[in-house]
Design a protein around this ligand. Structure first.
Ligand SMILES: Cc1ncc(C[n+]2csc(CCOP(=O)(O)OP(=O)(O)O)c2C)c(N)n1
Length: 406
């Protein structure tokens, strides 16, 4: 069978259909296409993520600020890794965010493959079908493929849904790169950490010290969120994680009589808030994007932060609210000590890092944030007994948020 030239696929099938950005985790079925992307595209046109869920979240965020489809590519083994943000964020039943999955098809029936693909291979199309994601198998000629991508893009946009191109092995021909492949980043790693502490808070504490501070923390999560929202300029937007912090943002906006055009409340996709915010900032040049995330969510897929923060732009600020619990599900402790959480955060490649536990420290950190920034806010565990939940349909929340980028 003749193979498809990856460059022609990118130029004619993707760019020809208005798709210029691709995010994902490599797969051998996509080898030729990936060689082309590695050799010719840089961040943010091509971003290699630590997990497939982050690729979906990036594509979703990119859509919110640009109204354009992006590719999230993966091996079919990684489809399972991406299902949570697909099902609880992008699905037509939730926010209805169109994007194009390109899924390498290992373990295809009739082809000999490794044992780990024996279960997932044959059920790849039915997994997509079961989730209601329209999909097509990659055809073998370029004109057909251009048509297929046009059709899938149309279905994605008209149906507000993720769609998928399933790619059997050996369909892409080789691409011989004319420069050494990179990791897809601009090489910026681990700038100088700028760690400040408030008067009371002394930076990464030992566990014994931390215990003695328990109960004395002045800030609540709600107060921290109010303080961050007050620091926003007119063109700044937020992306917040599942659970109580999004509900507190909702509460504050409603009591101030404001609409939610500045705030994307990510009611699903736990752990994918930072890639989502990163995707939003790709299409947002007029202001900052502030990602407000609980510590449980942050911890869930922190490897994606470890990759993305290295090349995050100055306009992306990550605020992690450390209350030491999964507050939204009944206050279960998060399975990491503050000492270890701060050590972990301290090792991540943001250019500036602030650890604070007072409102003065938090406000100062927001003012000082000039580059890719992390602010860990250590808060107490007091919350209101009842927090409102958005009554608007997610489509309404999506559309009002997207209106702020018009
Ligand atoms: C993938 C996934 N796993 C689990 C949940 C259930 N869940 C909803 S909110 C939440 C806790 C989030 O904790 P954190 O991010 O620390 O925020 P907090 O509730 O403390 O404000 C959990 C576990 C979920 N929504 N999605």
């Amino acid at each position: 069978m003749a193979t498809i030239d990856p460059r022609l696929f990118y130029e004619q099938a993707l760019v020809g259909n208005g798709i210029t950005h691709a995010f994902g985790v490599p797969d051998s079925c996509l080898k030729g296409l990936l060689s082309y992307l590695y050799a010719t595209k840089n961040v943010p046109e091509h971003i290699v993520t630590a997990s497939e869920g982050a690729a979906v979240a990036l594509a979703a965020g990119y859509y919110l600020s640009t109204g354009k489809l992006a590719v999230a590519y993966m091996q079919n083994s990684g489809l399972a890794n991406s299902l949570n943000p697909l099902q609880s964020l992008a699905a037509k039943e939730v926010f209805g965010i169109p994007l194009l999955l390109i899924v390498g098809w290992r373990g295809r029936p009739g082809e000999h493959d490794e044992p780990e693909h024996v279960l997932a291979g044959p059920i790849t199309p039915s997994t997509l079908a079961l989730n209601g994601f329209p999909h097509e198998v990659m055809p073998s000629t370029l004109p057909e493929l251009v048509e297929t991508i046009a059709r899938l893009s149309r279905v994605a946009k008209e149906g507000n849904t993720p769609v998928a191109l399933v790619v059997p092995n050996h369909r892409f021909g080789p691409y011989v790169p004319d420069k050494t492949p990179t990791d897809g980043t601009d090489g910026a790693i681990n700038g100088n950490a700028n760690v400040i502490t408030s008067k009371k808070y002394r930076g990464p504490l030992r566990a014994e010290e931390w215990r003695s501070a328990e109960g004395e923390l002045p800030l609540s999560r709600e107060y921290a969120i109010r303080a961050v929202l007050k620091q926003l300029y007119e063109k700044d937007v937020t992306v917040s994680s599942v659970g109580g912090n999004s509900r507190e943002i909702y509460m504050v906006r409603k009591e101030n009589g404001k609409d939610l055009s500045q705030n994307f409340l990510s009611i699903g996709a736990m752990g994918h808030t930072y890639p989502l915010a990163y995707g939003v900032q790709i299409g947002h040049s007029k202001g900052r994007v502030v990602c407000i995330e609980g510590d449980g969510s942050f911890l869930m897929h922190v490897s994606n932060v470890a990759v993305l923060a290295a090349h995050a732009p100055p306009s992306l600020i990550h605020v992690v609210i450390h209350n030491q619990i999964h507050c939204s599900t009944g206050n279960q402790p998060i399975p990491i000590s503050t000492e270890n959480l701060l050590s972990l955060a301290g090792s991540l490649p943001y250019k500036q890092k602030f650890f604070v536990d007072t409102s003065e420290g938090l406000i100062q950190a927001c003012e000082w944030a000039q580059e890719s920034t992390l602010i860990v806010v250590v808060v107490n565990q007091s919350v209101k007994n009842t927090l409102p939940r958005p009554t608007e349909h997610p489509f309404e929340l999506r559309d009002i948020y997207m209106s702020s980028f018009a």
